[in-house]
Design a protein around this ligand. Structure first.
Ligand SMILES: [Zn+2]
Length: 346
């Protein structure tokens, strides 16, 4: 008989040996009992590659199921990376929220939850909560570095961006910044006051002192080929930066792109929301410069086309880091994120 309080152990099964040398491909097995499958299992594919001594880097993608460039890059990495190429350990989970990925949805179709808002998770929670708990209890302790790959999903589209937290420990911040620059995104955003609720996947790694990064690669529920290429270089660049792969990171310039630009998102006002329901007509595109109070778009009223559209003004100057790619908007939808240039990346 189970005695209360119950043990906080994970209910997720993984038959891989994280300490074994070589390459292993398997899955995290999450129990799921339904009308269709009494003792069913949701299987989350995972690859573990270990060779010799070195750091452990963990990659996650597909935390949201409608964000594709990261998972594609990670599936390629998992297939191609050979043990003899590395020193250390690489843990790759391209599609962590596999039910959402298979459904093409941001949140889980099983329990409706957003995996990136339920950390640290619960060992006895819903399916999404048990996945979060597994990461917190089992994978975080194995990791020295973690990179979480996102895109904007169906309702947002980003310039390819890596995020770095400003830290009180300046040496630690410099260390994180150098690793982020090695990724080689178009934009590196330094967050002054990141609104970390403690419920993100990255929160679990951060709280344990694991070096931790997230990227937003593209979005609009597309698979952008140029951004997949950027992500493929990015994940390998990070492995090179940490000495797990040999060689130097391939810079954006050597990939035929512009150098990484530094930016901030200086306050919550930079997250512009739709002022009304209707059809949003943007006047600017990703990367365009924005002045304060510039009209960046307008909301039309489909049922009252004689009515003057409602102008949307930029509350802060900067450039367009992220946009809503859909015409349909409801009041409160995030339609733009304005970032501010932050000087020289060199
Ligand atoms: Zn996401």
């Amino acid at each position: 008989m189970v005695k209360w309080p119950m043990a906080q152990e994970t209910i997720i099964r993984c038959d891989l040996d994280f300490e074994a040398e070589g390459k292993q491909v398997g899955y995290l097995g999450v129990p799921k009992s339904t009308n269709d499958s009494a003792y069913g299992t949701v299987t989350i594919p995972i690859t573990v590659i270990k060779h010799s001594d070195g750091s452990t880097m963990t990659f996650t993608g597909g935390v949201h199921g409608d964000e594709y460039e990261g998972p594609v890059a990670l599936m390629k990495l998992a297939r191609m990376l050979r043990p003899e190429e590395i020193r250390g350990r690489v843990i790759i989970i391209p599609c962590l929220n596999i039910p959402a990925v298979l459904a093409g949805l941001r949140c889980s179709p099983i329990d409706g939850l957003n995996l990136n808002r339920v950390f640290p998770g619960r060992h006895d929670g819903s399916l999404t909560e048990t996945i979060a708990h597994y990461i917190t209890s089992e994978l975080v302790p194995l990791s020295d570095v973690h990179l979480d790959l996102h895109s904007g999903g169906t309702t947002l589209e980003y310039l390819p961006t890596i995020f770095v937290d400003r830290l009180e420990d300046q040496a630690a911040e410099k260390r994180n910044f150098e690793a982020a620059m090695a990724f080689g995104a178009e934009i590196t955003v330094l967050f002054d006051d990141y609104p970390d609720t403690g419920r993100f996947l990255t929160s679990a790694f951060m709280q344990a002192g694991v070096q931790n990064f997230s990227v937003e690669l593209g979005g609009a529920a597309k698979v952008n080929p140029a951004i997949v290429g950027l992500a493929e270089h990015g994940v390998r660049n990070m492995l090179k930066h940490y000495g797990i792969l040999s060689g130097d990171p391939v810079s954006p310039e050597d990939q035929g792109r512009s150098p990484t630009r530094l930016a901030n998102v200086k306050n919550a006002r930079c997250y512009v929301i739709a002022p009304d329901d209707g059809i949003y007509e943007p006047f600017i595109d990703l990367g365009d410069s924005i002045s304060r109070d510039q009209v960046i778009g307008q909301v039309h009223y489909p049922q009252h086309h004689d009515r003057e559209p409602l102008a949307v003004k930029a509350p802060e100057p900067g450039f367009l880091l992220c946009k809503r790619p859909l015409g349909n908007v409801h009041r409160g939808d995030n339609i733009a994120i304005i970032a501010q240039p932050a000087g020289d990346a060199g």
